[in-house]
Design a protein around this ligand. Structure first.
Ligand SMILES: Cc1cc2nc3c(=O)[nH]c(=O)nc-3n(C[C@H](O)[C@H](O)[C@H](O)COP(=O)(O)OP(=O)(O)OC[C@H]3O[C@@H](n4cnc5c(N)ncnc54)[C@H](O)[C@@H]3O)c2cc1C
Length: 468
């Protein structure tokens, strides 16, 4: 029974155990207000999963929109790098959770993209050896017990997940804490709301995209016009919506804002008409956790692992990580660091992160491993000014904050993004659904779908009868 449960536990599956575009409308900075005739229907801020989903929906309804993106590329936290290693390396999201119901896999084109199931089991390393079957069962039983305790505690009220843990988790405590907290949600259990945690939708199975999750998302954005390198600096929603950018002002009837909660809370985008204090407070409660990949390209397969093997360490403290080995059959291995330890590590520099990965692997697989590293880089999402972290996770008492993000500002501005989803938060699928939901709300406000403008069909010129 336990082995069966064990074989189904993957990243974040722990709960299973228990249109058209318009050009920028540049308005003079000072002077009498210009007529608003040139406004567009919707302005979308941010071209990550949520922004792309919203744009597709609005384009399909034949409404005009302008989508602006601060970076010089689309994708946000779901982007694939193929240059560094010559093989796809997902800098952000990589796991496709619940592929059978994931909104993105449903849209995946049949050609050029391969989605395949993630291995159904995981491994645990104890010092220099693999855990035995009986030890794995013990670990998974402990994990199930810890999860159930959090579920039970959440039924009585909210509090930190850590407080709900049974006191007798023994020498698996540190590993279970890492898997449920930093690895699954980007935050330590002490900083996670039990109620928010148990609402995570059941994620029994996972899949990977051989070309990269970011490549898959980019394919879904094909043909959608985006104004790149165009950051929103301020938003006014007093009379319609006006978004200021260094390239000019966009005037729109409605807006969809998809930037991360940490970007919103940082004040990098000013709200000039009035401060949406409730939203900014919600963003602070839903602050982003820390999660980074340290990518090591090996010569050969010094860890002796199979394609996409997931390995945890039986750890004794928080200085640990997870290994995702031989990504999609390549010699690329990802060392995943997260939570407060990951945050402290990434606050230093890439070299320190790579050094940690080498030392940590040497402890688990022997010192020869370090010599087999050909190239290495590390992501540092907390330092990226356009995201400032990895994924939102509510602190204790923070559940209501997600609902605040579902409410529009003056029926003009809607928020979308992974944080604005009550059960799929922290995922690309959640961001996508929230973008679609915001687009639907905007379309209702605009009066619905507009019929496509069909060019008036002129009758074909009558052929002259040739008189001979
Ligand atoms: C390391 C890591 C690993 C992850 N692993 C997984 C995983 O395995 N599976 C999974 O499902 N999810 C995972 N996630 C989470 C997932 O990546 C996110 O939930 C999702 O991509 C968020 O999409 P979004 O559209 O809400 O936000 P974003 O992707 O952040 O999009 C917002 C966009 O707004 C832009 N922007 C910011 N400021 C401005 C501005 N002022 N003006 C205009 N544009 C602006 C940003 O550049 C960005 O492109 C991971 C995240 C990270 C960081």
């Amino acid at each position: 029974m336990l082995s069966k449960t064990m074989s189904r536990l993957n990243r974040r599956s722990f709960l299973a155990a228990s249109a058209a575009s318009a050009a920028l409308v540049v308005r003079p900075a000072i002077g009498a207000p210009t007529p608003r005739a040139t406004e567009t229907d919707v302005v979308i801020v941010g071209a990550g999963a949520a922004g792309i989903a919203a744009a597709r929906r609005i384009a399909a309804a034949n409404r005009h929109f302008v989508m602006i993106e601060a970076a010089d590329h689309i994708g946000g936290r779901c982007i694939t790098d193929t240059r560094t290693f010559g093989v796809p390396f997902d800098l952000g999201a990589h796991w496709i959770h619940s592929p059978d119901v994931n909104p993105i896999t449903k849209l995946t084109p049949r050609r050029g993209i391969e989605i395949y199931p993630a291995p159904a089991s995981q491994k645990v390393r104890i010092g220099l050896r693999n855990a035995r079957e009986s030890e794995l069962e013990d670990f998974l039983a402990t994990q199930v017990r810890a999860t159930r305790a959090i579920v039970d505690a959440a039924r009585k009220g909210d509090g930190p997940c850590a407080q709900a843990l049974p006191s007798d988790l023994g020498d698996w405590r540190s590993t279970v804490e890492f898997v449920l907290g930093p690895f699954a949600c980007g935050k330590d259990l002490a900083r996670l709301s039990a109620v928010d945690f148990v609402r995570i939708a059941d994620r029994r199975a996972d899949a990977f995209c051989r070309q990269g999750f970011g490549a898959l998302l980019a394919g879904l954005a094909a043909g959608i016009p985006v104004q790149l390198s165009t950051p929103a600096t301020s938003i006014d929603f007093g009379r319609g919506v006006e978004v200021q950018t260094p390239k000019g002002t966009i005037v729109a009837r409605t807006g969809i804002v998809t930037v991360s909660t940490n970007v919103l809370a940082s004040g990098r985008i000013r709200f000039t008409s009035e401060s949406p204090q409730r939203v900014l407070d919600a963003c602070a409660t839903l602050s982003l956790g820390s999660y980074d990949h340290i990518a090591l390209e090996f010569s050969g397969n010094p860890l002796g692992l199979e394609s996409d093997d997931l390995v945890f360490e039986k750890s004794t403290d928080t200085h640990t990580g997870a290994i995702l080995a031989n990504v999609s059959g390549t010699s690329l291995c990802l060392i995943e660091v997260a939570g407060s330890f990951g945050r402290d590590l990434s606050a230093q520099d890439q070299a320190t992160m790579v050094n940690f990965a080498g030392e940590w692997l040497a402890k688990l697989y022997g010192t020869d491993v370090k010599r087999a590293v050909k190239r290495a880089i590390a992501t540092r999402w907390n330092a990226d000014p356009l995201t400032l972290g990895a994924m939102s996770a509510a602190g204790p008492g923070g559940l209501a904050a997600r609902r605040v993000l579902l409410e529009p500002l003056r029926d003009s501005v809607w928020f979308a993004g992974e944080a604005a989803h009550e059960t799929l938060w922290g995922t690309v699928g959640g961001a996508w659904e929230s973008g679609e939901r915001a687009a639907e709300a905007v379309l209702r406000r605009l009066g619905g779908v507009r019929e496509p403008v069909v060019e008036e069909q002129k009758p074909p010129p009558r052929k002259r009868k040739v008189v001979r």
